[in-house]
Design a protein. Structure first.
Length: 134
């Protein structure tokens, strides 16, 4: 199940490669599909968006937040070691690849325990596009 905040539909354009961004979002969705297949309960993914100001620049902050059972600090570290390995042992499109892709577009991608839903929250932050005035 996906629950998308209406603010996502109204989000301003971001300064990012559309094809690369689509691949990153597919990696994030694939991550949640795998979690849902391995979960004993129905998993719901909530997607929200807000604008943050960082050093005078507008950035769009998307949050992909699920409701899997709450993870304590140790289980979250185990989750990161499996889902977000920091070595070169895994190839292909995965969360570390997605993090590098977003970083290459002056953005940020990271995960943390969800503060609102109990599961995992993946944050995708990208600079807002600077549209030229005519």
């Amino acid at each position: 199940n996906i629950d998308m905040d209406p603010a996502v539909y109204r989000a301003a354009p971001v300064a990012a490669s559309p094809n690369l961004l689509l691949q990153v979002i597919n990696v994030i969705f694939d991550h949640y599909v795998n979690a849902a297949e391995n979960s004993a309960k129905d998993l719901t993914l909530r997607i929200t968006c807000r604008t943050d100001m960082t050093q005078g620049s507008a950035q769009l902050h998307f949050c992909f937040d699920d409701n899997r059972p709450r993870l304590d600090a140790e289980k979250f570290r185990d989750y990161l070691a499996t889902a977000w390995p920091q070595d070169d042992a895994q190839d292909g499109l995965n969360l570390p690849w997605a993090e590098n892709a977003i970083t290459s577009m002056s953005g940020k991608l990271y995960a943390e325990p969800s503060q609102t839903r109990g599961g995992i929250a993946i944050h995708l932050i990208l600079p807002r596009s600077k549209l030229r005035e005519s």
